[in-house]
Design a protein around this ligand. Structure first.
Ligand code: HGY
Ligand code: MN
Ligand code: MN
Ligand code: MN
Length: 409
């Protein structure tokens, strides 16, 4: 690795600021829900940046945006990437940093007049967040062959909008087959989105893998009745059942090591103050670094629901929204990330990722690793999400070094 190779920090920071203005929210964050008008604006801006850089830009049938820098030899590419879609109360860094840093790495190589042995590429994957369409990491999941284009196109959001129609509406139903670019290695720079690095005095994270994820949607049906005249023993209240399920899932996190549980969506129908609800739709986000305890937690939730349903005469049905196993990354690439940090004299420590990332899917195709930078206050999926320019530059330099090493191995 030519040690004087650096990214252009000013350009990285200013490009991120530019993208952050697209879908900017009054609270200082970003809202670019997948395939929304704001997502389209962000996509158009990114394609423009890639074209200005002289990359070959290709769009695939699920809307993944691929910018390619030709190498000296044909063959599998070293791929960097992440996503530019956000959750509804998103920040400026989640996903965007990885895409912008990937573009910056290729710009730095161009500035240095360096052509890698292998092709290098940066990909912005569609619908990583899963905030609008399910599952999350959908674009990279299709890219990795985990889901067909047709099945992905048929996905609907909570308002019934169809993914394939939205993709065409914003002009990103591309001609390429997802996965068209074989990958030699995949590297993703991302904010940690949690408090660990900051609480340990900063430094970078060499990510060793991603925990398992299970997203469930539960539909609970009771009997709507008058909240004043109906004695408690006569009620069939799915709202109460949903609360019990949420508490049960939370209690599991005290008994199953490493278990996490969150109920992020609770929709009550008819939603009137004086009506015992008829229907409740709720979600559970269960995660664990290990697959066996995650399966144990899901089985316990399903058993609890079956018993609750029989006892309280509430119909409970399940729908899988996402289910991804715990994913270990490639040792040689993790070590390369650590070696790159050492080149720059940057402190780095190994850690697992609590959040899902496109790297979880790319690891099905090629050796994969991630670099984390600290999240101030450990906040993410929150407009106050923040990382320092210094850490962004440090992370992007490590990405450059590790990607360049892989591209010439
Ligand atoms: O939920 C996740 O972990 C990811 O950010 N979509
Ligand atoms: Mn992300
Ligand atoms: Mn996210
Ligand atoms: Mn993510």
């Amino acid at each position: 690795m030519s040690t004087n190779l650096r990214i252009n920090g000013k350009r990285l920071v200013s490009r991120l600021a530019e993208l952050s203005r697209i879908g900017a929210t009054p609270e200082g964050g970003c809202r670019r829900l997948a395939l929304s008008d704001e997502d389209k604006q962000g996509r158009d801006w990114l394609v423009g940046q890639m074209q200005a850089l002289g990359l070959t830009v290709k769009i695939d049938a699920i809307g993944n945006i691929v910018g390619i820098l030709k190498g000296q030899e044909d063959g599998p590419a070293v791929v960097m990437g992440s996503h530019i879609d956000t959750v509804g109360t998103g920040g400026r860094f989640d996903g965007a940093l990885g895409v912008i840093a990937g573009v910056e790495v290729l710009a730095a190589l161009r500035d240095a007049g360096l052509q890698p042995k292998r092709d290098m590429a940066v990909i912005a994957f569609t619908n990583e967040e899963g905030a609008r369409f399910h599952p999350d990491m959908l674009g990279s999941y299709v890219w990795a062959g985990g889901m067909s284009v047709a099945a992905a196109h048929a996905e609907k959001d909570a308002d019934g909008a169809v993914l394939g129609t939205e993709l065409a509406r914003i002009g990103y139903h591309g001609p390429e087959q997802p996965g068209f670019l074989p990958a030699y290695a995949y590297l993703e720079l991302h904010i940690e989105q949690g408090p660990i690095l900051e609480s340990e005095g900063g430094g970078l994270g060499a990510v060793t893998g991603i925990q398992g994820i299970c997203w469930l949607e539960l539909t609970l049906k009771g009997r709507p009745s008058h909240a004043g005249t109906t004695p408690m023993r006569y009620r069939k209240d799915p709202g109460l059942a949903a609360a019990r399920i949420n508490i049960f899932a939370n209690e599991l996190t005290r008994t199953i090591p490493g278990q996490l549980a969150n109920s992020g969506v609770i929709r009550v129908q008819p939603g009137n103050v004086n009506v015992v609800p008829e229907t409740v739709v709720m979600t559970l986000d269960l995660r664990n670094p290990l697959d066996a305890p995650l399966a144990e937690a899901e089985a316990a939730v399903r058993k609890f629901c079956a018993e609750l349903s029989a006892r309280d005469d509430i119909a409970i049905s399940f729908r899988d929204l996402a289910r991804f196993p715990a994913t270990p990354f490639a040792e040689e690439l993790i070590a390369s990330v650590e070696a790159s940090a050492a080149e720059f004299g940057l402190p780095i420590r190994r850690m697992i990722s609590g959040a899902g990332h496109d790297a979880q899917m790319m690891s099905r195709l090629c050796p994969t690793a991630m670099v984390f930078i600290p999240s101030i206050g450990g906040l993410s999926h929150n407009p106050a999400e923040l990382s320092t320019d210094e850490d962004m530059v440090a992370g992007a330099n490590v990405l450059l070094s590790a990607a360049w090493r892989a591209a010439n191995a």
